[in-house]
Design a protein around this ligand. Structure first.
Ligand code: OFO
Length: 165
């Protein structure tokens, strides 16, 4: 059985994951409109993954006798002035998500809920990967700058990150 404190903390994380899914969906749609197929495919995939992260938490909470709260859908506000701005937001968002997972893990220790602590280790590993991917992409974008040819190649390159190659 989940304590109220744990349920509330999980609900907070459910919202973080749901918001992430919306933010990446907005990025995917923007890139699609701009004609960047690779970036858009990558962002759509990220959005689906975040929804899966949210669902995993919902199902876990309910399975443990909790009552998961499904949050409202947000309308993301993005800075799409450049690709650098876009991918900086992606990176910073993932860093924020990692902090949020860390706080949740910390609460499970305070509450001595070792089952939830164990369950959350998957998220801890996932965040290491997601931050690394976001950092790699941002590094590439920093190298390219505003070079049109470079952006074209970068867009192609992004297909490998989304498994669409
Ligand atoms: Fe990339 O955020 Fe979920 O965990």
């Amino acid at each position: 059985m989940l304590s109220n404190t744990i349920q509330q903390a999980i609900n907070k994380q459910i919202k973080v994951e749901a918001d992430s899914s919306q933010i990446y969906l907005a990025m995917a749609s923007w890139a699609e409109v701009q004609g960047f197929e690779g970036i858009s495919a990558f962002m759509y995939k990220q959005s689906d993954e975040e929804r899966m992260h949210m669902l995993k938490l919902v199902k876990y909470a309910n399975q443990r006798g909790g009552d998961a709260k499904i949050p409202n859908v947000i309308e993301p506000v993005l800075d799409c002035s450049s690709f650098k701005a876009l991918f900086t937001q992606l990176f910073e968002h993932e860093v924020m998500v990692s902090q949020s997972i860390n706080e949740l893990v910390h609460i499970t220790l305070q509450e001595q809920d070792y089952a939830t602590h164990n369950f959350l280790q998957w998220y801890v590993s996932e965040q290491i990967e997601e931050e690394a991917t976001a950092r790699t992409i941002l590094d590439k974008i920093n190298l390219i700058g505003d070079d049109k040819g470079g952006l074209y190649l970068f867009d192609n390159d992004m297909k490998s990150f989304s498994g669409n190659q």
